[in-house]
Design a protein around this ligand. Structure first.
Ligand code: 5AD
Ligand code: SF4
Length: 439
């Protein structure tokens, strides 16, 4: 048999790209490729890119520049750009960086094996179509290799919300949900291969409305169906939009035993004026009331968020409203970004905030979030939580895993093995993780 060809994939950006990279690697497995850890070994390099902020997009070009020497030494090496930069910039990528052989948008991955063959014949290939078909169904079904205890599973893609700052509706296209039966069979298959925790992914995951046996099914009903799978112990989902937090989904956080007490619910800003300008279609009060209802259903739930500072026209008073909202919600986790104008989005055309002002606001906001995260983490000391062990720790006999609330937890002289879900009593809280003992 011929030696396997070697594939190196570098993944940027969100968890959906992590999932897509896994599926692409499996699809290329069907063309005789095995994955390697460094670009130097590879016959095919794929950069699975992110376009959400300018920095993320520019990284791709600097990374490509570094492959020049490799390609000069080995003319057989093929280089591809996949993901959201591929979708947004298309042919422009090949113009800016002629060493690129193929450009594949996120809705065209199932065509990757054929495109690789074309590239091997010396053609330059580009596909940024957004066909109707379910690419995941067409990609070769997942091989039966053993897996680690946690996995991502994309259930929904794209977004119809058109927030004024965001490229997602343009790069990932309109909102599409995968049918329930395909998700359930993929989930069962993952469990057979050792997975104990599944995180359902979608750019707007709680807008999920996939076809079921008798009509469309909500995310809550999908979660209840997954709850029935023996051997699956934990369910999570991300990312949600406040307007799609339906009553049944809020209730599931109280009633559904495998649904974990963690919710990523971005608000972006605490100022009504800015939320309007962002086209968020919810306001500060409706968000705060929503958080109250979710906490009534599941009092210990850990709330996580996303914030943008320095959005066009943001004043000190608007920023203070955001800080005030953060103080009211008390986040257990949050991601915050300085606004980055994205070509083609409405907000990119507006008057921009002075970057030094935006930097100062970002620092102030991050300091507050860090304090809140730490307070929430410290409050776990003395409590008993579930921990799913994922890998051995740095010290001999130590194991590390994630708690129900997604805190990293390490246990010394553990005795538990990878993939085991155990009760742990938390005894200490460090900078980035908790320590505990098995109960
Ligand atoms: N600038 C800065 N942050 C952005 N995000 C999305 N678009 C932009 C942008 N143009 C952030 C939002 C979103 C997260 C994934 O990235 O907070 O929730
Ligand atoms: Fe982007 Fe999320 Fe807004 Fe959709 S809801 S446009 S993905 S920020």
């Amino acid at each position: 048999m011929a030696d396997p060809k070697k594939l190196f994939i570098k993944t940027y950006g969100c968890q959906m790209n992590v999932y897509d990279s896994e599926r692409m690697a499996e699809a290329m497995g069907g063309s005789g490729y095995e994955q390697v850890k460094t670009p130097e070994e590879a016959d095919l390099i794929l950069l699975n890119t992110c376009h959400i902020r300018e920095k993320a997009a520019e990284k791709v070009y600097s990374e490509l520049g570094r492959f020049k020497g490799l390609k000069a030494d080995r003319p057989d090496l093929k280089i591809g750009v996949t993901g959201c930069v591929a979708q947004a910039e298309g042919e422009e990528i090949m113009r800016r960086q002629p060493l690129v052989d193929l450009v594949v948008g996120p809705q065209a991955y199932h065509r990757l094996p054929e495109m690789e063959r074309q590239a091997r014949r010396g053609e330059k290939v580009l596909d940024t179509d957004m066909p109707e078909e379910d690419k995941f169904e067409i990609l070769k079904s997942r091989p039966k290799a053993k897996r680690g205890p946690t996995a991502f599973l994309t259930v929904q893609e794209g977004c119809d919300k058109f927030c004024a700052f965001c490229v997602v509706p343009y790069t990932r296209g309109a909102e599409v949900s995968r049918p329930v039966d395909r998700i359930l069979s993929e989930a069962r298959d993952l469990v057979v291969r050792g997975v104990r925790e599944i995180t359902l992914l979608g750019q707007n995951v709680n807008a999920y409305h996939g076809a079921g046996p008798d009509g469309d099914v909500s995310l809550a009903r999908l979660i209840w169906a997954l709850n029935e799978i023996d051997g699956l112990e934990r369910i999570r989902f991300t990312t949600s939009h406040p307007n799609d937090m339906t009553d049944d989904l809020i209730a599931a956080h109280g009633d559904c035993e495998k649904l974990m007490p963690y919710l990523h619910l971005p608000v972006q800003s605490g100022s009504d004026r800015i939320l309007k300008r962002m086209n968020r279609s919810h306001d500060r009060d409706s968000y705060l009331r929503l958080i109250e209802r979710i906490r009534a259903a599941r009092p210990d739930i850990l709330i996580s968020g996303d914030f943008i500072v320095g959005f066009p026209e943001e004043t000190d008073a608007d920023f203070e409203d955001t800080m005030d909202l953060i103080r009211q919600v008390e986040y257990g986790q949050a991601f915050s970004f300085k606004y980055s104008p994205r070509p083609g989005t409405p907000a990119a055309e507006r008057a921009q905030v002075d970057p030094t002002v935006a930097d100062a606001r970002l620092q102030e906001l991050q300091a507050l979030i860090t304090r809140q995260q730490r307070t929430r983490q410290d409050a776990m000391v003395g409590q008993e939580v579930g921990v799913l062990f994922e890998k051995p720790g740095r010290r001999p006999g130590q194991m590390v895993g994630k708690s129900d609330h997604l805190h990293a937890v390490h246990v010394d002289d553990c005795g538990a093995s990878v993939g085991e879900l155990r009760r742990v009593k938390i005894t200490e809280s460090g900078t980035n993780s908790l320590g505990g003992v098995l109960v």
